[in-house]
Design a protein around this ligand. Structure first.
Ligand code: ADP
Ligand code: MG
Length: 343
């Protein structure tokens, strides 16, 4: 049965906003007033407030040929929450703004907001506003996330010290290999025939690309174990690029051991199909949204016991530069080849 298609013009701007936002439930006491007035009202007592924002542009950051709108809504929220988490904060509110062309139906926007709602529910975040506009060409999404942190436990990129251990959560390179797979099968998606793209056996890397998560579970467990990272960043542009940020801002060097970089078997399999090394995918592929952080060497015993965290190397004096050490003991200098937004 064909899907119902209601043109946006049938609802109008205000009707649409009401329609898509009316079943969001407020969950945080810090949200005094959300959607419905000229501005939202928040209250943070004795806390520092964190704010971060991202702009997503159709054709640049996402491709609607293979990105379901529900996943897009979810991901647009999660990538912002990940930035709050990477400061060791707790996300509390988001605003969600969009510019849509007339090719979108009310049902399409509903699907997008299904994803937004799912992310808000999963991460206990309130949708407190946004803006809605039309666009002549593609879809544009802008999300702002607001969160809280204690002044003493905010973790910046610039706190890494010589001898600190370098840790990453989860595994790397999967989101990039998922994207390569989707790009390869793109022509099949766009054809109207009944042929389905062959994505079987690659659920994990596809999920990593289409439905990333913000690793607040990791910052929670670090806190429970009494580990306060000395520096932290979320891996949105690839391990190399994020290491460069930490080392540059902390004025240090580092040593990373190739065989210690966590990579899933599915990522390796797909990398082999594409004739690239899995390590390259991990170092230079983006969008894993895992956490890269450093801890004092004295916390080694504590971190060792946490499932899902890998120690991949250590911070050194700035004079050593950034080095990747191969299993044979060769030093390779790390340079960033990750995603660069302005090309
Ligand atoms: P204004 O004229 O002050 O910009 P709007 O009419 O655009 O106000 O918005 C009315 C209310 O709806 C505000 O609370 C605004 O934050 C919220 N809002 C508008 N667009 C969206 C959206 N796409 N998602 C969520 N909330 C929205
Ligand atoms: Mg407005």
């Amino acid at each position: 049965m064909p899907k119902k298609v209601t043109p946006l013009s049938e609802f109008g701007e205000f009707g649409l906003i009401d329609h898509i936002t009316n079943d969001f439930k407020k969950v945080n006491k810090e949200t005094l007033y959300g959607i419905g007035d000229d501005a939202a009202v928040l209250e943070y007592k004795d806390k520092k407030v964190l704010i971060t924002t991202d702009l997503l542009v159709e054709g640049i950051h996402f491709n609607l040929i293979y990105t379901p709108l529900k996943h897009l809504g979810y991901k647009a929220v999660v990538v912002n929450l990940s930035d709050i988490v990477a400061m060791n904060g707790t996300p509390k509110q988001i605003t969600f703004s969009l510019a849509v062309s007339s090719k979108f139906s009310v049902e399409a926007i509903e699907e997008l907001y299904e994803g937004v709602k799912l992310a808000c529910k999963k991460y206990n975040v309130d949708l407190i506003g946004g803006d809605t506009s039309s666009s002549l060409t593609g879809l544009l999404i802008s999300v702002t996330a607001i969160g809280e942190a204690n002044e003493q436990t905010i973790v910046y990129r610039n706190g890494a010290k010589d001898t600190d251990l370098i840790c990453v959560s989860g595994d790397l390179g999967a989101a990039y290999m998922g994207l390569q797979l989707l790009e390869r099968e793109k022509s099949v998606f766009s054809e109207t025939s009944h042929i389905q793209p062959d994505l079987s056996g690659y659920d994990y890397i596809l999920e990593r690309q289409l439905k990333p998560e913000a690793r607040i579970d990791i910052t929670k467990i670090l806190q429970e174990k009494g580990i306060l990272p000395t520096s932290m960043i979320d891996i949105s542009d690839g391990l190399s690029s994020e290491l460069l940020h930490i080392c540059k801002q902390s004025k240090t060097g580092c040593r990373i051991y190739t065989e210690k970089i966590p990579i899933d078997a599915e990522t390796c399999k797909m990398a082999n199909e594409f004739n690239i090394s899995p390590e390259t995918a991990a170092l230079n592929g983006g969008e894993d949204y895992e956490l890269l952080f450093t801890i004092p060497i004295t916390d080694f015993e504590k971190v060792k016991s946490i499932k899902g965290i890998s120690v991949i190397g250590n911070i050194t004096n700035a004079s050593e530069d950034l080095n990747l050490i191969s299993p044979e003991g060769n030093f390779i200098q790390i340079t960033a080849q990750g995603w660069n937004a302005i090309k």
